[in-house]
Design a protein around this ligand. Structure first.
Ligand code: GLY
Length: 349
């Protein structure tokens, strides 16, 4: 059978999905929400062992001192945004096709149900903090591009170069290998990867008062068309929080999450009584469904992952692809300490 290699090719041929294919998923058995237990305060992020501890720690320090979930998730997200070693979020993120780093972020405060976001923001290392200012210091919810940058500068943010040498070199390698008919030539014996990351970070927290907050922050799809906005700054897509229910965040290919209102879907499923784990799996299945079924979805070169917490502190994590040695993960810090939670995946990578 010919394997469809491009999204364009796939969409042109997509038809319907079958029940037989849907039953092939590797998912967890039915789970019941923990009754009567309240795991507050807690903070989680969409990373595993390597980043999880250092991301969660500053937020946890705020929460364990009785601080607000909103402050905790911002402080924790800033860790990745400011670290040039992470090439998927903030400073050092991989740039768009022209070599310009464009960042997206959103924030939701469950205590007030207020939210803010920025998209295609250049030159500011911490887009989540600008999103918080949009929420708290403007009568708007979303600012984009030059408007978002001007707003950030008005609030004292410094305009900086976000492109590190490592990210520039990766972008250059991508550019030099894009086409054999343009004028950009790779060096001889260049060893290149064509991988385009959609890495992102979600941070969700519950404070001592039971208030929930969340942030999603990203540099978006590597080498995207300038101006492309993914799911991360779209309220209900890359992030959703409802104090009465819980919170959810998404990472991976944003286009799929936008067209399924992914994080909103997870929270609404939890509202109906579904455990966060099952809700995350269901959202992954919805993406498969809109892509016309499992077989066709796995022919596409993308992945999506959801993490979620409910108001009691039960957690969930699921992705479309994964395998036993690298399952989707989330990092949790609560009164019992730091631990990594292994989620489920629908199909083997
Ligand atoms: N999920 C990040 C993006 O697609 O931009």
């Amino acid at each position: 059978m010919k394997v469809l290699t491009t999204r364009r090719e796939f969409l042109a041929k997509a038809t319907g999905c079958t029940a037989a294919l849907m039953s092939a998923f590797h998912i967890s058995p039915e789970i019941v929400n923990a009754k009567e237990t309240r795991n507050w305060p807690m903070i989680v992020c969409s990373r595993g062992e390597d980043w999880g501890q250092k991301v969660n720690q500053p937020g946890w320090d705020i929460l364990k001192g009785g601080g607000k979930a909103l402050d905790a998730v911002e402080k924790s997200t800033n860790v990745v945004e400011l670290d040039p070693l992470d090439q998927t979020v903030g400073f050092g993120g991989l740039p768009n096709e022209n070599g310009d780093v464009e960042l997206d972020a959103s924030i939701i405060d469950g205590a007030t149900q207020n939210c803010g976001s920025v998209a295609s923001l250049r030159h500011i290392k911490t887009p989540s903090s600008v999103a918080r200012l949009v929420m708290e210091r403007s009568d708007h919810i979303m600012l984009v591009g030059k408007g978002a940058l001007k707003f950030a500068i008005a609030h004292g943010f410094k305009k900086e170069n976000l492109l590190t040498d490592d990210s520039r070199i990766k972008w250059l390698q991508w550019k030099e290998n894009m086409s054999s008919v343009d004028d950009w030539l790779p060096p001889q014996n260049g060893d290149y990867t064509s991988e385009r990351s959609t890495g992102t970070i979600n941070v969700l927290g519950i404070d001592n008062d039971g208030n929930i907050a969340g942030i999603t922050s990203t540099s978006g799809l590597a080498y995207k068309i300038p101006g492309r906005v993914g799911d991360s700054p779209i309220i209900g897509a890359g992030l959703y929080v409802d104090n009465e229910v819980g919170a959810a965040g998404a990472t991976g290919r944003g286009e799929e999450v936008i067209r399924t209102c992914g994080s909103f879907l997870v929270v609404e499923l939890m509202r109906q009584g579904m455990h966060p784990q099952k809700a995350c799996e269901e959202a992954c299945m919805r993406i498969v469904h809109v892509n016309r079924g499992l077989e066709r979805t796995t022919q596409l070169n993308f992945n999506d992952k959801f993490i979620a917490i409910n108001k009691n502190g039960d957690v969930g994590c699921a992705s479309i692809r994964g395998n036993k040695s690298t399952p989707p993960q989330m990092a949790i810090t609560d009164k019992s300490g730091f631990h990594v939670y292994n989620g489920t995946y629908l199909v083997e990578r």
